[in-house]
Design a binder for this molecule. Sequence first.
Ligand SMILES: Cc1ncc(COP(=O)(O)O)c(C=O)c1O
Length: 337
Amino acid sequence: MIDLRSDTVTKPTQDMLRAMTSADVGDDVFAEDPTINRFEKKMADMFGMEAGLFVPSGTMSNQLSLNVLTSPGDEVIIDKLGHIFNYESTAAAHLSSIQLRPLDGQRGKLTPELIKPAIRTTNEWDPHTRVIAVENTTNKGGGACYTEIELKKIRQLADQHNLSVHLDGARIWNAMTATGTSPEFYGSVADTISICFSKGLGAPVGSMMLSSHERKKEARRLRKMWGGGMRQIGLLAAAADYAVEHHWPLMAKDHDRARHFADVLKESPHFSIDLESAETNIIIFDTLEESAATWVTRFSDHGIGVVPFGEQTIRATFHFQVTDEEFDQLIRTVKNF
Ligand SMILES: Cc1ncc(COP(=O)(O)O)c(C=O)c1O
C-alpha cells in the first residue's frame, strides 16, 4: 500500500536498527543511560532550552508541559483544531485539572487578536488564564506553519499578561524545513516545547519535552508517576538521533511531493483544494460530489491509504518512505480518476 494515512506509519530502516543496537545504554530511571543523557542535552542545546526530557509520546510531552505550567483550576488557550484539545482524551482535565479554551483560528493557528479578548479578567469566579498553547505545524489545520513574526507577537502578548507559551512541535521539523526558521528561535518564544521523533522523522518511538531545568525536574517526577519511567532507552535515543541526522534532511522532498499532489488534485474534476494550504507534508482536500468515505475506499482499491477528515474532506500525509515509483503511481492514479 502507498500509505499516506499518516507520517507515523514509517518503519525503522536497517541503518536505524544498526544505530540502535550499537547504543551504549544504562538505567534511565537512575539517569544512567549515557545515550539518552547525551541526546537530551543535544536537543536542548539545539533549541536553546536548558533541558530535555525524553518521553514515549507527543501526548505525554504535551501533558507534562501543561502540568508543569499550570495549577488546578487554570485555563489554557488553544485553537479549536489543536491536537491537545481534540486527540488527547481529555488528558488535560484528567491529569492536571485544567480547562482548555478553544478559539476559532485559521487552519489551527492563533493570533494575538483572537487571544487577547479570551484572556480572563480578575473576577473571582473566572478561571485563571495561564498558558497559550500553539501547534506548529498544525495537524488538523493541514500542516500550516507560523511565521516568526506571528509567534513573536504571541510571545509579546503572553509577556504582557504574565502567561506561558507551550509549543506543540510534533512536526516542528516540517516547520523548520518549510520556513527556514532556526530551532533556537522556537526556544526563544516558548516556555515548553514538545518535539516528536516518531512522525515524519521516522523513529519508532519518542518525543521530548524541552524546558527549564526546574520544569524538567518536576516533569521527571510526573513521568514516573504516570508510568513513563523507562530503563535502557538509549536504544530509542539512538533511533531518534539517527532520524534527526539522516531523515530530517529528506523532509523537503515530502513537501515538494505534497505540493505536486495538491497541484494534481486542483486539476481534477472530483476534488477541490486551496493550493495556498499546501505548505508542508499534510494535504487536506475536499471531495466535490461523493462522500469522503466513498473516495477513501476508491483510493484504497487502488492501493493508496488516505484518511477521511470530515463528510467530504480527506487527509493525505507524505513521508520519506513513499518511494519514487509509488509517488508516480499515486499521481497517475489521481489523474485517471
Ligand atoms: C500535532 C500533534 N501533537 C501531538 C501528537 C501526539 O503524539 P503521540 O501520538 O506520539 O502521542 C500528534 C500525533 O499525531 C500530533 O499530530
